[in-house]
Design a binder for this molecule. Structure first.
Ligand SMILES: Cc1cc2nc3c(=O)[nH]c(=O)nc-3n(C[C@H](O)[C@H](O)[C@H](O)COP(=O)(O)OP(=O)(O)OC[C@H]3O[C@@H](n4cnc5c(N)ncnc54)[C@H](O)[C@@H]3O)c2cc1C
Length: 437
């Protein structure tokens, strides 16, 4: 009998499990894969630590993730990114603004666009976004007269911040809320200085194990519900009991472990049909150093961005070697068509190789991932927080949910981190001032 069973060992489950175990509560985490981390897993190959795609931490030291680590007594160092650039069709590097001063100096904008950009940022900073919930980013840009360099800028921000390459789908409200957070915290994204494994996954795992246990390679068949209470989980036909069950499984997969149709919670029923974000991630493990860039590098065709992650955290590549990771967000509908995805990959590889001519001959190995789920929820109009899972559901008061398909604020991984704090708060009543909620 455990105090808590957590189904799924993704980053949100690890964060919540670590905090509960830190409080002295007994926790059993059950993870179907051979390792924890879920979509934030780190794969090690030939001395390179490969994140599961670029894993920058939104708001870095001021993120919900940093608050969780602090709560378990672990203060980690985050690295600021260097200057970011848009690389145009002629392979010219144009400064990409990551803060208000960038708007004044970037060659991307005309004089009037600079002034307009500053006005919009001021409006976002004040939280003046009422009414935006009904608009897509494309509609908002049209109504606000955003054109030229400023439109190019917001299309790229939409692709990177919301992982949505289609401005006619992404929510203007979600964009403004996330930009508001960047302006409030003064941090866009940062990266843990010793990488995800050492700075994030290892401390969380260690904290969880203090009063808990992690079972990997073990699939939960179902959550057991009796008389409107979650009493445990069924694994290979055997029930393990707990006072409370927490589920860290993307809502689209909940039907596999819960009788979703038989439950009275309407949000749960909607949440199984949410559309995730998708895309292609390419890692280049490089013999030597081919760039000293430590910021984000953006392309418009195909819409994508990359980073020499080892320039931020040298320890994630063997000495004298480097790691470049590139990500191309693709709409989930396009991702279902194999031919289209292959064409994206081919275009992306040839663009990257044209920018770094020595890359091909110096690549020790390349890893390409075609990912149907990147962030659990595409932040489009019909998928904002009111349509996503709450931390609990009506009718069963000891069953909780965490992860990036819940109603927590933010985007992508930040939703997962915020959800662990929100859910922890709901369960324990503690940690009122942490996180961004
Ligand atoms: C390529 C890529 C790049 C990304 N870049 C960023 C970034 O730069 N910044 C950012 O903030 N976010 C980023 N993200 C998103 C981030 O990785 C996710 O938001 C986050 O990892 C989600 O964590 P989670 O715990 O909610 O879910 P998951 O990681 O999906 O965890 C769920 C876990 O449950 C397990 N599970 C499922 N069913 C069962 C079962 N029946 N029994 C037992 N276990 C089960 C799964 O195996 C999995 O480990 C990126 C994601 C990808 C794929």
């Amino acid at each position: 009998m455990y105090d808590f069973i957590i189904v799924g060992g993704g980053i949100a489950g690890l964060e919540l499990g670590a905090m509960l175990s830190h409080d002295g509560r007994s926790v059993l985490m059950v993870e179907k894969a051979e390792h924890v981390g879920g979509r934030s897993f780190v794969h090690t190959k030939e001395g390179f630590e490969l994140d599961n795609g670029i894993h920058l931490v939104r708001f870095g030291r001021k993120s919900a993730l940093a608050s969780v680590l602090r709560h378990i007594g672990k203060e980690i160092e985050f690295r600021h990114l260097g200057k970011s650039y848009l690389i145009d069709g002629q392979n010219e590097f144009i400064l990409f603004p990551t803060g208000p001063s960038g708007f004044l100096t970037s060659g991307l904008f005309s004089f009037s666009e600079r002034l307009k950009a500053l006005g919009i940022m001021l409006q976002f900073k004040r939280g003046g976004t009422s009414g935006l919930e009904r608009f897509t980013v494309e509609e908002w840009m049209q109504s606000a007269g955003i054109r030229g360099g400023l439109k190019r800028y917001f299309n790229l921000v939409c692709a990177s911040m919301l992982v949505c390459p289609v401005a006619s789908v992404a929510s203007a409200q979600a964009l403004s809320e996330n930009i508001n957070m960047v302006l409030k915290t003064g941090i866009s994204v940062e990266y843990p200085s010793h990488g995800w494994q050492k700075d994030i996954l290892d401390p969380l795992t260690e904290a969880l194990r203090r009063h808990g246990k992690i079972m990997t390679g073990t699939r939960v068949d179902s959550v057991v519900i009796e008389n409107n209470r979650a009493t445990g989980v069924k694994i290979n036909g055997t029930v393990t009991n707990a006072d409370t069950v927490i589920v860290d499984v993307p809502s689209q997969d909940l039907g596999k472990i819960l009788d979703v149709r038989g439950m009275s919670d309407e949000r749960l029923k909607t949440a199984v049909g949410l559309v995730p974000t998708s895309g292609i991630s390419i890692d280049y493990a490089i013999d030597g150093t081919i760039s000293d860039s430590s910021g984000l590098l953006y392309l418009e065709d195909p819409l994508s961005f990359g980073c020499f992650v080892s320039n931020l955290s040298p320890g994630i590549a063997p000495q004298g070697k480097s790691l470049l990771t590139w990500f191309c967000p693709i709409h989930n509908e396009d991702m279902k068509q194999k031919g289209r995805t292959a064409a994206y990959q081919e275009r992306l590889e040839s663009r990257i190789e044209s920018i770094f001519p020595s890359l091909k001959e110096r690549t020790l190995f390349q890893r390409v991932l075609h990912l149907n789920m990147v962030d659990g929820v595409e932040l489009s109009i019909g998928q904002l927080s009111d349509k996503r899972l709450g931390y609990g559901i009506r009718g069963i008061d000891n069953l909780y949910f965490v992860g990036d398909t819940t109603a927590a604020p933010g985007a992508g991984g930040d939703i997962a981190h915020e959800s662990s704090i929100g859910c922890y708060r709901q369960i324990t009543g503690k940690m009122r001032s942490a996180g961004n909620t």
